[in-house]
Write a protein that binds this ligand. Structure first.
Ligand SMILES: [Zn+2]
Length: 267
């Protein structure tokens, strides 16, 4: 038995992207912790962009309370322990001039990367504390497929913290964004990726993942990016990954994609 820490940018990413593997690791007797970085509770007033999200989530009054509650239930459905970080989601943050970082309908990608020069380091400090407390054998985080600013910050912070602590690190394919095969934002110096591995997920763990994803009720409409239902799209994608990664065969197993990493220089 070992401890595995998943560093999730937002409340839902770890379960959406790697929830099947995490469920399987937990059912094999490992302690699995899901630390969500951007789970801090904002104070009003909210930005116009945030108000738009709140109305689509149908959580106008206390948006984070609903989302934290959904996450606690969802993470437990995969047999893991939820831990919530104090950092604010990009829609609640301000740029160097004090204006809202994200404009209504605006980009959330890395055009914003020069703002908030201290933030990645602060998150890395929090992740390092978590590593010191729990002594994991493995840290897993997103690969920032799709380059959302919060995903890049969470990933880069996990890279820094895992490199300092000398802990094995893997990066998962961000879903549902990875279904459209967008590029991965460049990695920080000092880490290189091994070829991606399609990691098999057994049927029971896959069912646990789908049950967990369905628990993020406020987010499901927003996550719907394909023609089908999000749960069906995730399943088709996992079956495709299962076929691609196992060297063929006729068993259409499920799989989630992850890149093992190697640190070339410790900082
Ligand atoms: Zn996210």
């Amino acid at each position: 038995m070992r401890t595995i820490i998943a560093i999730s940018p937002h409340l839902d990413d770890a379960v959406l992207s790697y929830g099947g593997r995490l469920a399987q690791l937990a059912s094999a007797g490992n302690q699995v912790i899901v630390y969500t970085v951007f789970a801090g509770t904002p104070e009003p007033p909210y930005s116009a962009a945030a108000e738009e999200f709140h109305s689509s989530w149908q959580t106008p009054d206390e948006p984070l309370r609903t989302r934290l509650k959904e996450d606690r239930a969802a993470v437990r459905r995969i047999g893991a322990m939820p831990v919530h970080g104090p950092f604010l989601d990009a829609i609640y943050r301000r740029d160097k001039q004090g204006a809202w970082l994200i404009k209504p309908g605006g980009d959330t990608d890395c055009g914003l990367f020069d703002e908030e020069p201290e933030l990645t380091g602060q998150i890395a400090g929090a992740v390092e504390q978590l590593i010191i407390r729990h002594d994991p054998g493995l840290v897993v985080t997103c690969s920032a497929t799709g380059a959302h600013i919060d995903h890049v910050r969470a990933r880069d912070a996990a890279v820094l913290a895992a490199a300092r602590a000398g802990v094995q690190l893997k990066l998962w394919e961000d879903l549902p964004y990875g279904q459209a095969s967008p590029g991965m934002h460049p990695l920080p110096d000092g880490i290189s990726l091994c070829p991606p591995e399609a990691e098999p997920v057994d049927a029971l763990s896959w069912q646990k993942k789908l049950h967990a994803v369905s628990g993020y009720a406020s987010q499901l409409d927003m996550l719907q990016c394909g023609a089908g239902h999000i749960l069906d799209d995730l399943t088709s994608h996992a079956v495709r990954r299962g076929r691609g990664g196992s060297g063929g065969g006729n068993s259409p197993g499920y799989a989630e994609l992850a890149w093992p990493t190697v640190f070339s220089e410790l900082r």
